[in-house]
Design a binder for this molecule. Structure first.
Ligand code: C2G
Length: 739
């Protein structure tokens, strides 16, 4: 007999299954059987399953997690049963730690950790202390204090049950967090009472199994380090986990599952007390807010009515222990007083908002946005522009603006800009996250952004949003990214919502059009005119502009210039939007071998907060990282070195040599992002891996230009085919409906 039967219900998302089974394959403890119970509506598992001969495949004609788990229970032959979901994984020591502690107790449980990451990145985060074991200790202590205080007040309660309830019913969390995961259940104990999941429930079946189990346990053990890793899906749009699925039945199912579970446990036991506690808190913490705020009327009608009997059936002490405001809420519900509930929520939320404003006065503009500015009429002749979160005056919005300012002066243009840069043609400047900014976000008819607006922006009916984006995609983006190593884990979800606001998206070439459709899941209007920011590269006076700029920046006229413009690295950051950059290019070597003929123009990405130290190299290295517009810098660059930045798609318009310094290609490609095109065969220049190779290439630039000529030409016709110096004009006309 094996020590553990692992039951994995499987239905969809085959791409997660492999990591789940891999985690079992490499587990230090191997005394287990794996039952993969396959739902009747499953994805085809055959291609994967061959790689894991230890898996016992059980094909069923049942549907749903609950039913598959029940099938697994019937087949389990191990001393203990452990449920593992096909999109989750365990750590190497998890099963061993649990098995070691399992000495005949009814249940043995560990911790359930939630993450957005795959296993490699999760482990890296632990190693880098981004997941802090001290936080866990603190949580653990708080839990223990709660348990102790409950015990003091209720000396008759069984401490075995109490601790298990705290951990497994997850008393501090919402009702959807009740989980059977992370626990060894003794098989004979389960069979003695015939515990089963109620198969009618899609979302809340865990509580139908767990509550009766908790009611009957007589012995237990807890192993804090036995971690079950629950993966939150970073793409709830295409691959939602059950907990992320939005479904009309969800509300009623929650109530039905609570009522059903109540009937399977004793009415005056502690499990019942906490079950009632959870449903009451669902009402006070979540539902009451929805009753006030939701666009969906059902919260104020059907759902409100359905909740009344459910709360009426709660144990009285649960209601007695509520604080004043929550008691008022519940009382209003029980009196069928919808207005009373709404009034109380308004009062509580209002207080919270005020507190927040007092604590952080900087957010007051948001209140003004929602409560005043959104009520003002939209101004038909106002256009708000923003580039790179108001960090500079550049990129496509700059060129669109200049075209509009010259040709349609009747429009009032406003720029969001933080450092008070001088904007030509007299545009009004506002600081991002100020009252004025919030005002123009609300009343401007037209908005032109090259990244996304703040998350709190609400597009109004009548507003026209032009998203220019900021580069032809080389790195995989949004929905084409498997892991989101940087940004918020909710990135995909937020993106999905925000891109619904776009009326126009600018595309620089057919490749971008195709890729943007997939990576942004964008179906709206695409403006396929080239990049407005590249117009300058075709202007007839571009040589004069270059000459003036060289003079302005003090770059010697007798030297050629090498632009080094690398991108940022998703995994190297200090905090949100603040990235580290360690210069891997040996500028001293370049100075030694190239300074007779060249100077270097260094340009870091706007995300990089590190200032590269170039002391000692004055006169050879010019740090132009703070210069607003890279398009102007292209004009004064004779050679461009980049890595995975989209700069080369734009620079190629000049048909000047491009080198790729790709010292961390494997990591970038395989771990961080992945690419849309083959760096080895499709980019218009050589991949170089050391500073020596870069310097050699520059010394032999004519030879390299010759060598890559054919590839460059192919690249140019594929990616620079729309740019002709008139993109701003076309885009501006499309935006303003002047075509
Ligand atoms: N950029 C710059 N200096 C750099 C790198 C980039 O000024 N050293 C500017 C260029 O205009 C570039 C844009 O920022 O085209 C975007 O930078 P990327 O390095 O390509 O990176 P990212 O901001 O992640 O955008 O589809 C494009 C992608 O979204 C990439």
């Amino acid at each position: 007999m094996k020590k553990i039967s692992i039951i994995i219900p499987f239905s969809h998302y085959i791409h997660y299954l492999e990591e789940c089974l891999d985690s079992l394959k490499v587990s230090a403890f191997q005394d287990f059987e794996t039952l993969l119970v396959v739902d009747k509506e499953h994805d085809n598992v055959d291609p994967i399953i061959k790689k894991y001969p230890f898996v016992r495949l059980i094909q069923t004609d049942v549907h749903g997690v609950a039913a598959c788990r029940n099938v697994g229970l019937a087949h389990a032959q191990g001393e203990y049963v452990y449920f593992l979901d096909a999109d989750d994984y365990v750590l190497e020591n998890t099963l061993g730690l649990l098995a070691e502690a399992a000495k005949g107790q009814d249940i043995v449980y560990g911790r359930v950790a939630h993450t957005w990451n795959n296993k490699a990145n999760y482990l890296e985060k632990i190693e880098n202390k981004e997941i802090d074991p001290e936080d866990e200790e603190e949580k653990e202590q708080m839990r223990q204090q709660k348990i102790d205080s409950y015990k003091e007040k209720n000396p008759n309660v069984d401490p075995v049950q109490l601790r298990a309830i705290y951990y497994l019913l997850r008393v501090k969390h919402g009702i959807r967090n009740v989980t059977v995961l992370g626990v060894l259940y003794k098989t004979v104990f389960l069979r003695m009472y015939s515990f089963k999941f109620h198969e009618e429930f899609r979302y809340y079946s865990d509580m139908t199994f767990l509550c009766p189990v908790l009611e009957h346990i007589r012995s237990e053990a807890y192993v804090e380090d036995a971690v079950y890793v629950k993966r939150k899906h970073n793409d709830p749009i295409n691959y939602p986990a059950l907990s992320q699925e939005e479904n009309d039945d969800r509300f009623y199912e929650r109530i039905r599952a609570v009522e059903y579970t109540r009937n399977t446990i004793t009415s005056d036991g502690i499990v019942r007390y906490y079950l009632d506690f959870k449903i009451v808190h669902f009402f006070t913490r979540k539902m009451a807010k929805r009753i006030r705020r939701s666009q969906d009327e059902r919260w104020r009608n059907e759902y409100f009515q359905a909740m009344i009997p459910c709360i009426e059936n709660c144990r009285p002490e649960v209601l007695d222990e509520l604080n004043h405001s929550n008691r008022k809420l519940v009382q209003a519900l029980l009196n069928n007083d919808l207005n009373g509930v709404q009034k109380e929520v308004r009062w509580v939320l209002g207080k919270k908002k005020l507190k927040r404003v007092f604590k952080n006065k900087n957010t007051a503009y948001k209140l003004a946005y929602f409560h005043r500015y959104l009520k003002k009429p939209i101004k038909d002749n106002v256009i708000l522009f923003e580039t790179f979160m108001a960090k500079n005056y550049s990129d496509s919005p700059k060129y669109i603006y200049e075209y509009i300012a010259q040709h349609y002066p009747e429009y009032e243009c406003v720029w969001a800009i933080n450092d008070g840069a001088k904007i030509p043609y007299g545009a009004k400047c506002v600081k991002r996250f100020s009252f004025e900014y919030a005002y123009y976000l609300a009343v401007a008819k037209y908005l032109v952004f090259n990244v996304r607006p703040p998350l709190w922006y609400r597009k109004r009916e009548g507003q026209v949003f032009l998203e220019t984006w900021h580069g032809t995609p080389l790195k995989r983006l949004v929905f084409d990214q498997q892991e989101v190593t940087s940004a918020s884990p909710k990135y995909k979800q937020q993106f999905y919502k925000q891109r619904q606001d776009w009326d126009f998206l600018v595309s620089a070439n057919p490749f971008s059009t195709k890729t943007f459709r997939s990576c942004f899941m964008y179906e709206g209007k695409m403006l396929e005119y080239g990049y407005p920011r590249n117009d300058i590269l075709y202007w007839p006076n571009k040589d004069e502009i270059a000459k003036d700029l060289r003079k302005k920046l003090g770059i010697p006229t007798d030297k050629k210039t090498i632009l080094y413009a690398p991108t940022w690295r998703d995994d190297q950051h200090y905090g949100s939007g603040q990235y580290k950059f360690e210069l891997a290019l040996d500028l001293h070597l370049m100075q030694e071998r190239l300074s007779d003929e060249y100077v270097v123009l260094l340009r870091t990405h706007h995300y990089i907060s590190d200032k590269i130290d170039v002391t000692g190299m004055e006169g050879f290295v010019y740090n132009l990282s703070d210069y607003d517009d890279i398009s102007e810098i292209y004009l004064i660059s004779d050679i461009c070195i980049t890595d995975y930045s989209s700069v080369f798609f734009d620079y190629a318009n000049l048909k000047r040599p491009i080198l790729f310094y790709t010292y961390d290609l494997d990591k970038y490609k395989n771990q961080l992002r992945g690419f849309y095109i083959d760096m080895n065969t499709e980019v218009p220049g050589p991949l170089l891996y050391t500073s020596e190779e870069v310097v050699d290439a520059i010394e032999n630039i004519d030879k390299i230009t010759e060598e890559y000529k054919e590839r460059y030409d192919t690249f140019y016709s594929r990616f620079c085919c729309y740019d002709d110096g008139h993109a701003s004009e076309h885009v501006a006309k499309a935006l303003l409906g002047k075509e």
